[in-house]
Ligand binder design. Structure first.
Ligand SMILES: CC(C)(COP(=O)(O)OP(=O)(O)OC[C@H]1O[C@@H](n2cnc3c(N)ncnc32)[C@H](O)[C@@H]1OP(=O)(O)O)[C@@H](O)C(=O)NCCC(=O)NCCS
Length: 168
């Protein structure tokens, strides 16, 4: 049985594993190896994840994980970016477990918390060309609003993100 729950320190290895595997599976053909390695190194270290599961606030509502037999198979996190706008910062399912409803359940759990914080609208950034992510957000009612530079690009990298929005 898959359980959707708030992550603790015992989940950080699983979060790192799922997010890194999904990063390669999703962006391997879309972004450069250098960019992907830089992002994984920035986001998915045990030190950073430990802080991120133990410190939660309105602007960072802590990692939510999907766990099956003690193993993390999906992870996501969101927070408030203004009085009544929330954002989904990250959402990844184990590449072997996509389209089973896991991502939708994590999105619902994160969104429920954002609504409790007062969110009426929700945002997400999706890498341009991400065919494993965009259809999901479209199915969940998000609409493309505008294009911007992808997070953390350096000189010589031309990667774009699509800023998407839905009313809650
Ligand atoms: C995006 C992601 C987290 C979604 O999680 P998931 O567990 O695979 O998705 P679910 O099974 O919960 O939901 C599937 C929904 O998307 C829709 N969907 C998925 N792929 C689709 C496609 N190619 N075309 C149309 N609809 C699609 C389904 O119809 C379903 O909608 P419904 O629940 O309203 O019927 C997951 O697929 C993933 O990790 N993708 C790669 C990484 C990624 O892109 N993450 C987002 C970064 S912003």
């Amino acid at each position: 049985m898959v359980k959707i729950q708030k992550a603790g320190p015992n989940h950080i290895d699983g979060i790192a594993r799922v997010c890194s595997a999904s990063y390669w599976a999703t962006y391997g053909d879309l972004l450069s190896r250098e960019y992907i390695e830089r992002m994984i190194k920035e986001f998915y270290t045990p030190e950073r994840l430990l802080k991120e599961v133990t410190t939660t606030s309105r602007s960072w509502n802590g990692w939510t994980v999907a766990v099956e037999n003690g193993e993390v198979i999906g992870a996501g996190v969101g927070g408030m970016i203004s009085e009544n706008h929330g954002e989904l910062f990250v959402l990844y399912a184990d590449p072997e477990r996509r389209n089973e409803g896991i991502g939708g359940e994590i999105l619902d759990a994160v969104t429920k918390e954002l609504i409790e914080y007062g969110a009426r609208e929700q945002w997400v950034n999706v890498t341009k060309g991400n065919k494993k992510g965009l259809p999901f957000y479209e199915a969940k009612g998000f609409q493309f609003i505008h294009e911007q530079e992808e997070y953390g690009v350096i000189e010589g990298e031309d990667f774009k993100a699509l800023r998407c929005h839905r009313f809650l």
